[in-house]
Write a new protein. Structure first.
Length: 144
């Protein structure tokens, strides 16, 4: 079993509601691996989680492990305090995963100075643990 890389965060997060449909995503980081649903009929990755494939309508969708690699598709630097414990500034990013064009996660970029975040930057997943929830975050590939 892979030991997860867990990063420390300076703020608490709002706990997501864990369900049978999304537990693979929110708790999959316990073994250091990013998981998303994938249609077993056509191979399409599905995120956010859904009961049926939106490509071929198959109901045969199961969680699969991804590489955890991607590129920053878009980002912004947040300077507003939305929650009392989330001290700005921090990067909110949309990361496109290498497994499928258009497969993107809304996340944060960590372990990178704010002025060095770039669209197209190669990133890899790390996890922030909050109890039994593992939040997928991304850092520059060169940070490892």
């Amino acid at each position: 079993m892979t030991v997860p890389e867990v990063v420390a965060e300076p703020f608490a997060r709002v706990r997501p509601k864990i369900t049978g449909r999304n537990a693979h995503f929110w708790q999959g980081g316990a073994d250091g691996r990013l998981r998303l649903l994938r249609c077993q009929s056509c191979g399409t990755y599905l995120h956010p989680p859904t009961a049926a494939c939106w490509s071929c309508r198959s109901l045969h969708v199961v969680p699969e492990v991804l590489s955890g690699r991607g590129v920053v598709y878009a980002y912004t630097i947040n300077h507003y305090r939305w929650l009392p414990d989330m001290e700005p500034p921090y990067v909110v990013a949309e990361v496109e995963l290498v497994e499928q064009e258009g497969l993107r996660l809304m996340t944060n970029i960590v372990e990178c100075p704010l002025d060095q975040v770039r669209t197209g930057m190669e990133v890899e997943v790390v996890f922030a643990q909050h109890g039994d929830v593992y939040i997928p975050l991304f850092r520059p590939v060169t940070a490892a």
